[in-house]
Design a protein around this ligand. Structure first.
Ligand code: FAD
Length: 317
């Protein structure tokens, strides 16, 4: 079922969902199942599965290092299919522009359509680790809005080659990313918001936000989005802080601000077990306020570990 239908059917009740990351190549999928299992009692209507960019690896070839390219966490669509059937839950593959030609994206979308996947999350993807800026792939989509257009064309039965007019149309519900504290590359909050409007105008059906730690940022973002005519559901993304290093990493990677009270609480922790507790309590407070404000879904970034998400869900749902 489409995310937008799940939201409609909930009649104003806040739903629980979460995002998982495929295992590193060579690791068993059972670990992923073991982390999803304890969260199923909170009835997530859907689970997101991320897609990672390819990266460079250096292979020792008789003393000379050869630069190779590989995707370390493949399997997004396969994982979506396996979880959908194992847990009887909708799954949402993340589709990214970076590293994929439009033709490869079309094949992935066709796989999703055949598998009965109703939703996809359309993203640009980040720059590769070794690169300072995002470089579009030759023959690939440049921005997430281009990807949304490609998906909507497929929904109309329009495949990439002009002479293929499909009678079997997909009907994907499309999610896109939104940034309460603006995307790190955007010159201003408002220009980023206008880019979000472009994605919605291209056919995005809902927005999931980047993580934020101060609900005020989310509320202001939603208000500003409504003012410029973005009328689709805006789902808040929540991440519990889990290790002290997050104090440096999260602002650096996601260009976001951490509230001073949270920074103080984390800094006063003796070990990472204490940090996890602080992170869980902070996320519970955030979730309570967001739920009281009537958000459609609370979406958690689990990073593959379910203990802290379970503790939060238990307090909220
Ligand atoms: P876009 O919407 O294309 O925007 C990228 C930047 O370009 C922004 O600064 C925007 O303002 C600007 N821009 C947009 N359109 C134009 C235009 N026409 N001209 C000029 N500037 C423009 N990454 C992954 O690799 N895999 C994942 O699975 C994944 N999942 C995510 C899930 C969520 C909920 C979120 C919030 C992020 C996720 N990301 C993921 C990260 C995401 O790929 C990065 O944040 C990326 O840098 C931007 O993606 P986007 O889809 O927002 O890009």
């Amino acid at each position: 079922m489409k995310v937008t239908d799940h939201i409609k059917n909930a009649n104003g009740k806040t739903l629980f969902s979460f995002e998982i990351v495929p295992p590193v190549k060579g690791k068993k999928i059972q670990d992923l199942y073991d982390n999803i299992d304890p969260l199923m009692e909170f009835n997530p209507p859907f689970i997101d599965v991320t897609t990672s960019r390819e990266e460079y690896v250096y292979v020792d070839k008789e003393g000379l290092y050869e630069k190779n390219i590989t995707r370390m966490r493949p399997g997004t669509v396969g994982i979506c299919a396996s979880i959908k059937h194992k847990f009887d839950v909708d799954t949402i593959p993340h589709v990214i522009c970076g590293g994929f030609t439009k033709a490869e994206t079309e094949y992935m979308l066709i796989d999703c359509h055949y598998l009965g996947i109703d939703n996809v999350m359309a993203l640009r993807g980040d720059a590769m680790k070794e690169e300072q800026y995002f470089k579009p792939t030759d023959g690939g989509n440049v921005y997430a809005s281009d990807l949304v257009s490609q998906i909507q064309n497929l929904n109309k039965g329009q495949y990439l080659l002009d002479d293929v007019q499909g009678e079997d149309k997909s009907d994907f519900c499309v999610g896109v990313a939104g940034y309460p504290e603006k995307h790190l590359e955007a010159p201003s909050f408002m220009s980023d918001l206008k880019r979000l409007k472009q994605k919605v105008d291209a056919g995005a059906d809902y927005v999931v936000t980047q993580m934020f730690f101060d609900n005020k940022k989310y509320f202001e973002f939603v208000e500003a989005a409504r003012e410029i005519g973005i009328n689709v559901p805006i789902i808040p993304g929540i991440k519990p802080i889990a290790v002290k290093r997050h104090l440096q990493l999260l602002p650096q990677i996601f260009s976001l601000d951490l509230p001073q009270d949270l920074v103080d609480a984390v800094e006063s922790c003796k070990n990472n077990a204490d940090v996890r507790q602080v992170g869980v309590e902070w996320a519970i407070q955030q979730s309570k306020e967001l739920k009281a404000a009537g958000v459609p879904v609370l979406h958690y970034y689990s990073m593959g570990k379910s203990n802290n998400i379970k503790a939060i869900a238990k307090a909220i749902f």
